[in-house]
Design a binder for this molecule. Structure first.
Ligand code: HEM
Length: 260
């Protein structure tokens, strides 16, 4: 059979994935389901591009690294922008079907955790949310144990002749990225002497800031929709989320700004 638009994109399968079915759902539930599914599709694409970016770092290919970073950052803008759509849902509109989520929550998004882990936001406790041996747990565990984008970036610096401190190169990749003053001195030097690498660093800061921007918009949306109620995922809700906002993934790139 000839390929068509619908067959290539598997549209019948895609459009059958929105549950509950028409007629059995609250009006705003369609938006809620679709927006989460769209987020997950973009998360899939972001992971695909982050993997590619790490490969390009290993291959020492700055022009394509910058191109890929631009794509990821553009997607991130869309991810932040989508919150505006969800904010057209009123608190009562959401409460009409919130019980249906039971204990389901974005908290459990394994792709979001994979993105955090690739960016170096590592936290072993996250793993406990997925049953041992499950496919989702295996995915998240694999990312947890793997080197991060930052580790790939440090090796890219080495490939370009920069003396990255061994403590940074040999860090435990299952830990969050700790600030390293020796590395910061090197980054300051790089900012002053290597415009191409400086551009890569600035795009990494954009990425870090973009994720924080998403977190901020998400928590404000949560506050305006459910106030200070607890989350369906079992956390304190907005109070928990506020605590996650100001934790940069790449602390060294923020620290050097005071000295530049
Ligand atoms: C009415 C809309 C939404 C509400 C009221 C809401 C509420 C919450 C709450 C209360 C939490 C804290 C965990 C918990 O106890 O459940 C949370 C976490 C989270 N939500 Fe949402 N959310 C909404 C929409 C979204 C959307 C559209 C996404 C996109 C995927 C999303 C992704 C996440 C993620 C990834 C977390 C984990 C954040 C972290 O642990 O740092 N949420 N959400």
């Amino acid at each position: 059979m000839a390929v068509t638009y619908a067959s290539y994109l598997r549209l019948d399968e895609l459009l059958a994935l929105q549950r509950p079915d028409e007629g059995e759902q609250e009006h705003d539930e369609t938006l809620f389901v679709i927006i989460h599914q769209v987020y997950e599709l973009w998360f899939k694409e972001v992971l695909h591009e982050l993997d590619f970016l790490m490969r390009l770092m290993r291959e020492n290919d700055p022009p394509r690294m910058l191109h890929t970073l631009k794509r990821i950052l553009t997607i991130l803008k869309v991810l932040v922008g989508q919150i505006d759509i969800l904010e057209t849902m009123t608190p009562l509109g959401f409460l009409a079907f919130r019980d249906r989520l039971e204990t389901g929550s974005g908290f459990q998004s394994f792709q979001f955790r994979e993105i955090e882990f690739v960016l170096g936001v590592k936290n072993a406790r996250v793993l406990d949310r997925y049953p041992e041996g499950s496919r989702h747990r295996q995915r998240v565990e694999h990312r947890f144990r793997s080197p991060t984008l930052w580790d790939a970036f440090l090796r890219f610096l080495v490939a370009n002749g920069h003396a990255v401190p061994s403590a940074a190169l040999e860090r435990d990749v299952t830990s969050p990225i700790e600030p390293n003053q020796e590395l910061q001195r090197l980054l300051i030097e790089i900012y002053r002497t290597s415009p191409a690498i400086q551009s890569v660093c600035e795009r990494l800061v954009d990425l870090d800031e973009g994720l924080m921007e998403w977190r901020y918009r998400h928590v404000k949306m949560v506050e305006r929709t459910i106030g200070t109620r607890r989350g369906t995922g079992g956390s304190a809700g907005a109070a928990y989320l506020m605590n996650t906002i100001n934790r940069p993934a790449f602390p060294d790139l923020w620290a050097i700004r005071t000295e530049l």
